[in-house]
Design a protein. Structure first.
Length: 471
């Protein structure tokens, strides 16, 4: 980064608050009391993020008489559900390309289920008047290098051949007519497959709906141990126990209470910045009248969008895996990444020189080697889990909730028949092999970005094995 650009990036971060913009809200609800003593219920949900809250809500919708308890180790939405970019995608497979590569025979069904899932999220938000700034504005995949433009053009032709349309190719002029950056060479526009929303307000709204339906929620109540108890299951907490017929685990990146599931996910720390609100002139200089979400097409990619009050969220690029997969709140702040992101922001939007960032934050994402969620049961079918959403959990967690409830019911459904649901990704190896492999993959991806997309022997081998690393 040139000295002037470095100074501009450092200046822009000088007053940034070290907390998620979404969670830094005076409207944040008061936490529910912690569990003390013993409770009994039909269904215990562990985890108060999207995965757990959708599970509790849908469980009550399916059977209003079901007694449901939800426990959360901190406060609802404090982790990934309150720190993400607010991109609510229809895709259940971390994008059409990943789904087509892994489940080509089911891709039509997976796409249809994903579209229905996003429709159901919108319907729930509307029916329950959840004020989460939901905007079904779509998303653009942007090319910033010539080889990326060629790849987007080829991919557009492929989707049309397969009858998986609804995606428009934008040349440079049309792309810059949507959002103006001198770095943009073209893009693919998906008008209906992605919505923008306020992630924390969605969590808080789902929590209130659950309470209104009779779900008993206990915050600051981590689940410590899971064991059989008669015909059901008991989960120990710091100050009590919950005895349940069935248990749904929505803990994602946090260590699963089913220990054999733990090797399937690793934590990746992702980082984001939020600008101060743009003035009318600043917003006009960028265009962005249609308010789509955007993501560039590099391996080390950025995602960016407008908030309801016309701030720009700018995140991604660095994906940091801590040795041993440790979770550490100190990793939520990474000044060198924030400085890098700020410099890249002004390279993308030089017309916004002088803008400052109000917030800078990070947090852990649960990633797995196939980039999309996996599912399963334990304890004689009385415990279900869903994990590995790899950054696209804002929408896909609702589908995961339905899968967990289907599995607990013991009845086959359209969802449980999917190869995606019946299969598992490759687990990550133990240390030091996990760290070495992930670091080699990250360096190879960065090299591919700088060499016209050329994938070296390591990446080609990972491609053949169906393995990868992403955030």
């Amino acid at each position: 980064m040139a000295p002037y650009a470095m100074r501009e990036a450092a200046r822009s971060l000088s007053d940034a608050r070290p907390v998620s913009y979404w969670l830094d809200d005076p409207g944040k609800p008061v936490a529910r009391p912690a569990l003390t003593g013993d409770e009994r219920c039909d269904l215990l949900v562990v985890g108060g993020g999207y995965s757990g809250l959708w599970t509790a809500l849908i469980a009550k919708e399916r059977d209003p008489g079901r007694d449901v308890v939800l426990i959360e180790g901190d406060e609802a939405g404090w982790a990934a559900s309150g720190r993400n970019g607010g991109f609510c995608a229809a895709s259940l497979t971390h994008g059409l390309a990943n789904g087509l590569e892994r489940w080509p025979d089911e891709i039509g069904k997976l796409e249809a289920l994903g579209a229905r899932n996003l429709d159901a999220i919108e319907e729930t938000v509307t029916r329950h008047s959840i004020d989460c700034e939901f905007e079904r504005t779509g998303e653009i995949d942007v090319a910033t290098q010539p080889h990326q433009l060629d790849e987007l053009r080829e991919w557009h032709a492929r989707t049309e051949e397969l009858g998986l349309g609804g995606i428009e190719f934008l040349d440079r002029e049309r792309m810059r007519g949507e959002v103006d950056s001198p770095t943009f060479l073209g893009g693919l526009l998906d008008r209906r497959g992605v919505a923008m929303l306020h992630p924390a307000k969605l969590v808080w709204g789902l929590k209130e709906v659950c309470l209104g339906l009779g779900v008993r929620i206990f915050e600051h109540t981590p689940g410590l141990e899971l064991a059989r108890s008669g015909a059901g299951t008991a989960v120990r907490t710091p100050h009590g126990r919950v005895f349940a017929r069935d248990v749904a685990l929505g803990t994602n990146i946090f260590p699963s209470l089913v220990k054999r599931v733990r090797p399937y996910t690793v934590p990746v720390y992702d980082y984001a910045l939020m600008t101060e609100p743009l003035t009318a002139d600043q917003l006009a200089s960028v265009g962005w009248r249609n308010r789509q979400g955007l993501g560039d097409s590099a391996n080390q990619f950025h995602y960016f969008r407008l908030s309801a009050d016309n701030r720009i969220l700018w995140g991604g690029y660095d994906a940091v895996y801590p040795y041993g997969g440790r979770l550490d709140s100190a990793l939520d702040q990474r000044p060198e990444t924030f400085l890098k992101l700020a410099g890249q922001f002004f390279a993308c939007f030089p017309q916004l020189s002088g803008v400052s960032f109000s917030h800078a934050w990070g947090g852990a994402i649960d990633t797995c080697s196939r980039f999309s969620a996996f599912f399963g049961t334990a304890h004689r079918g009385r415990v279900a889990y869903a994990a590995g959403f790899t950054g696209l959990g804002v929408g896909a967690t609702r589908f995961g909730a339905e899968v967990m409830l289907d599995l607990l019911s013991g009845r086959g459904t359209e969802r449980t028949a999917l190869a995606m649901v019946r299969s598992k990704p490759m687990p990550f190896p133990p240390e030091p092999f996990a760290w070495a492999g992930i670091e080699l993959t990250k360096r190879s991806l960065a090299r591919a970005d700088s060499q016209g997309g050329h994938r070296n022997l390591w990446l080609r081998t990972m491609d053949r094995l169906g393995l990868g690393f992403d955030s």
